[in-house]
Design a protein around this ligand. Structure first.
Ligand SMILES: Nc1ncnc2c1ncn2[C@@H]1O[C@H](COP(=O)(O)OP(=O)(O)OP(=O)(O)O)[C@@H](O)[C@H]1O
Length: 219
């Protein structure tokens, strides 16, 4: 589903030059759970951001369903981000002045694909029905992350990119968030790609991409 070939990304020039990704190639199958692991600074977020078209590599290619996403113009790029990708972040990134319902539905504004049944089922599965009229600052971290997961899943994207989604949660909430991410993405046939430092989470994945100084370390 996602084929990454010889991806290289350099930040800065001269003495301050940093090779964040160095000839990274990987194949990620549809409807699987893959973790990206590695020490701080090894290139995990950079790789995730390339797949989300948040940043572009210097060389290499990324094929998603056989299409070279790096060749997309502005319009295709926007459509890809809106319809193919859902993102979950460590610090939730909810909009403080919107209710939780609006935080979820704003992601659906341009797509308008969400049916009421799906919204009801998803909010039930994530156990957030009673939180929808509240504002993010009225919720715990675990509750905010469950709202953020609903926002990521609302357009039924094919790929969920999660960057340390439990990095700001206690162990009980971490377990719950991971269980829900695995369960919902599996049920809806989505491909889950997650950056994590947590070895227990990494063990639950189908595949692991382990980065050392921007290179994949083969097991
Ligand atoms: N926008 C940027 N400008 C300059 N250097 C950057 C930029 N983004 C990342 N880097 C550098 O690229 C390398 C990889 O960064 P990246 O954030 O991908 O690592 P990471 O494995 O996700 O780290 P962490 O676990 O700490 O989040 C680091 O050395 C970082 O300093």
């Amino acid at each position: 589903m996602i084929k990454i070939e010889h991806l290289t990304k350099k930040y800065g020039e001269g003495d301050s030059c940093c090779l964040a990704l160095n000839d990274v190639s990987a194949d990620i199958q549809e409807n699987t759970f893959t973790v990206i692991t590695g020490k701080s600074g090894s290139g995990k977020t950079t790789l995730l951001n390339m797949i989300g078209l948040i940043d572009k590599p210097d060389s290499g290619s990324i094929l998603v369903e056989d299409r070279n996403i790096l060749a997309y113009g502005k319009k295709d790029c926007l459509r890809y981000r809106r319809e193919m990708i859902g993102m979950v972040f460590q610090f939730f990134q909810l909009i403080p002045v919107l209710t939780c319902r609006d935080n979820i539905m704003i992601a659906n504004e341009c797509v308008k694909k969400c049916k009421k049944d799906y919204f009801d089922t998803l909010t039930e599965q994530l156990d957030i029905k009673d939180l929808l009229n509240k504002y993010p600052d009225q919720l715990s971290g675990g509750q905010q992350q469950r709202i953020a997961i609903a926002r990521a899943l609302i357009n039924q994207p094919r790929i969920i990119l999660a960057d340390e989604p439990t990095g700001n949660l206690d162990s009980e909430n971490s377990r719950r968030v991971i269980d829900l991410l695995k369960q919902t993405t599996n049920e809806y046939g989505m491909t889950l790609l997650m950056v994590t430092h947590d070895a227990d989470i990494a063990k639950q994945a189908n595949h692991c991409i382990h980065l050392v100084d921007g290179r994949i370390q083969q097991n």
